[in-house]
Design a protein around this ligand. Structure first.
Ligand SMILES: *[C@@H]1O[C@H](CO)[C@@H](O)[C@H](O)[C@H]1NC(C)=O
Ligand SMILES: *[C@@H]1O[C@H](CO)[C@@H](O)[C@H](O)[C@H]1NC(C)=O
Length: 584
């Protein structure tokens, strides 16, 4: 560097930066064994420069990692033997002593995406029982076999009447109560999207919410309710949905009603819900009616009491975040205590962290359940918490893509059911109770971390576990592909511009995409595993949709990179600049 001679400070800074880059490069390529030979400037330690990076392994990080590993090894050992002492330890928190929460634990089966084939329920329902569930909430959406002139609102692959009988029989055999859910206000996309039901929409352009003032609306809802109740002769509860009523009081029919009765949107909402609930109560007096609570949160207690809704429905207070108490505060519980003799709560064990997520972040959902348990404990003196619904969303709504599949979220469900059964606050995540690992036949602990290291820690044997491991493999692969795209050789020599003109440096290209063949093979293998793992759990429509949503885009990317690389590496002479000839 002759031209820099004499500019000492700059030279030193440049050298330090260069040295650091070399070190980081070596660490990233797992060649850490020989760092000392690089003669690092001894007073400039790596952790001074990157104190927060895990990759550079500051002493704090090393200690934390070692602690975590020790804990995991301990768990592994404990799972292999010491069964008796484990049972003593966990038995205290789980079976013998009184759980903090004694209400129902209902698992939500969201059939608006990836409805399982009926055969899967034979495995699923006994497992739910073993994990401590007391019932299932079935959100059929278009999977219910509606009949007569409303049969067109059912999906082409909906369940048969016999299928529904089978599910109920299996539920009964496993002591699980069944609560069907029918949306009666918002989230009726599956009905309102149809040409035949266009005029039922509150807002013509948005097929989401029913118009409560249309004179055919209640006729339709009564039909749906009657058919669903008729198909479930033994139920005690019916859930009428009614969450996220995004559009209300916006059509001319509603304007007219609001004008005539001097109502605001809240009265319009309360009136519709009351009419639906009264119909059910009068026709089926033994049924208790549940509904989502979100629309009540902004409504004054008096208004609900005036309508008599407190005697008609039981609200299900839902919050799926890691801090449910932030918005469900003292004021809300004080108001609810004035109105409702009993409330239900709803948590989430999957399908609530991103609409296109296919792997479940167990730690997130664990936090959601732990915070909910705290809320239950805190407010139990004034609120009767009758039950908890562990929701497992399969789509955010009728139109969105699939999120996490049920078999991929069974470990999350198991852990979260255990939280709701525990007799102490915050016994997780240090201890995963033996009952869970036994029910799932795990030979090791359940990893709460995403991605799982080496995708190997959670080794369980339940129906569908291969769906779980395949999704983790796919996640791990997609991480590796992203990492490849962040490499300098990729960013400098495999850019769109390089590909467009097939103009790049072969040695850098070879380095940048060295793993492409492996990625392609791994993708093919994952797809094969997914197809066979889902066989017997899902129909071909679901399998195909999942692969098209989560695997095809990745496969397309890898394939087009592979083709571009081939084209570039075929060259042995390159044109003079400027580049003008596009290589197609
Ligand atoms: C709804 O109202 C329209 C007129 O506004 C009327 O023609 C129709 O018969 C009514 N339908 C029902 C089912 O009441
Ligand atoms: C799904 O597709 C596979 C092959 O593509 C076929 O063998 C199988 O019978 C199909 N299953 C159903 C339920 O249609």
């Amino acid at each position: 560097m002759p031209r820099l001679r004499g500019r000492a400070p700059l030279t030193i800074i440049l050298m330090i930066i260069f040295t650091l880059l070399v070190i980081i490069y070596h660490i990233l390529s797992n060649e850490v064994d020989d760092i000392s030979s690089l003669k690092i400037n001894s007073h400039l330690k790596i952790e001074d420069v990157y104190p927060l990076s895990d990759l550079t392994e500051s002493p704090r990080n090393i200690a934390r990692r070692q602690q975590l590993e020790a804990q995991i090894m301990e768990n592994l050992k404990n799972n292999g033997r010491n069964i008796e002492s484990d049972e003593n330890k966990y038995g205290k928190a789980f079976s013998d002593s009184t759980p903090l929460f004694k209400g129902h634990k209902i698992v939500h089966l969201d059939l608006k995406g990836a409805p399982p084939v009926i055969g899967y329920y034979k495995h699923l329902l006994p497992l739910l029982k073993k994990l401590g569930a007391t019932g299932i909430l079935i959100e059929y959406e278009d999977m219910f076999p509606f009949k007569e002139h409303i049969s067109i609102i059912s999906a082409g692959n909906c369940y048969s009447k016999a299928d529904i009988e089978t599910i109920q029989k299996l539920a009964e055999e496993n002591d699980l109560i069944v609560i069907p859910l029918i949306q009666t206000f918002g989230h009726l996309e599956f009905v309102l999207k149809l040409d035949e039901y266009k005029d039922y929409r509150e807002v013509f352009r948005y097929p989401q919410v029913l118009c409560p003032s249309y004179n055919k609306t209640l006729i339709l809802l009564h039909k749906m309710i009657d058919q669903v109740v008729e198909a479930h002769p033994n139920i005690k509860y019916l859930h009428i949905g009614a969450d996220e009523v995004y559009q209300i009081g916006e059509c001319s029919r509603c304007f007219e009603v609001m004008d005539k009765k001097q109502w605001g949107k809240r009265q319009l909402f309360l009136d519709h819900v009351t009419r639906v609930a009264k119909y059910i109560k009068e026709k089926y007096p033994k049924l208790s009616i549940l509904m989502w609570d979100d629309e009540f949160r902004e409504i004054l207690p008096q208004e609900i009491l005036e309508k008599g809704l407190n005697k008609l429905v039981e609200p299900v207070v839902w919050k799926y975040t890691t801090d449910p108490g932030a918005s469900l505060n003292d004021l809300l519980w004080d108001n609810y205590a004035l109105v409702w003799p009993a409330v239900w709560i709803a948590t989430a064990f999957k399908g609530a962290t991103a609409p296109d997520r296919y792997y479940t972040d167990i730690a997130y959902h664990l936090e959601n359940h732990q915070r909910w348990l705290e809320i239950i404990v805190k407010y139990s003196h004034k609120i009767n918490f009758k039950g908890a619904i562990l929701t497992g969303w399969q789509r955010y709504d009728h139109f969105s893509v699939l999120c996490e599949l049920l078999p991929a979220a069974i470990p999350s469900l198991a852990v979260n059911l255990a939280v709701l059964r525990s007799s102490e606050l915050n016994t997780f995540p240090n201890e995963i109770p033996r009952q869970i690992t036994d029910a799932l036949q795990c030979e090791s602990t359940i990893s709460l971390n995403i991605p799982e290291p080496q995708y190997g820690w959670t080794k369980c044997v339940y129906q569908g576990v291969l769906v779980y491991t395949a999704t983790l493999r796919l996640y791990s692969l997609s991480q590796e592909i992203s990492k490849m795209e962040e490499e300098n050789t990729f960013k400098g020599w495999m850019k769109e511009y390089n590909l467009k003109y097939a103009f790049s440096s072969p040695s850098h290209v070879e380095h940048a995409v060295a793993d492409l063949d492996n990625f392609k093979m791994e993708l093919l293998d994952i797809e094969k595993v997914v197809r066979s793992a889902m066989d017997g759990i899902y129909d071909n429509y679901t399998i195909q949709e999942w692969i098209e949503t989560f695997m095809v885009p990745l496969n397309d990317k890898v394939t087009s990179l592979w083709e571009a690389k081939e084209k570039i590496l075929k060259k042995n002479a390159w044109p003079r600049r400027p580049l003008t000839k596009i290589e197609l």
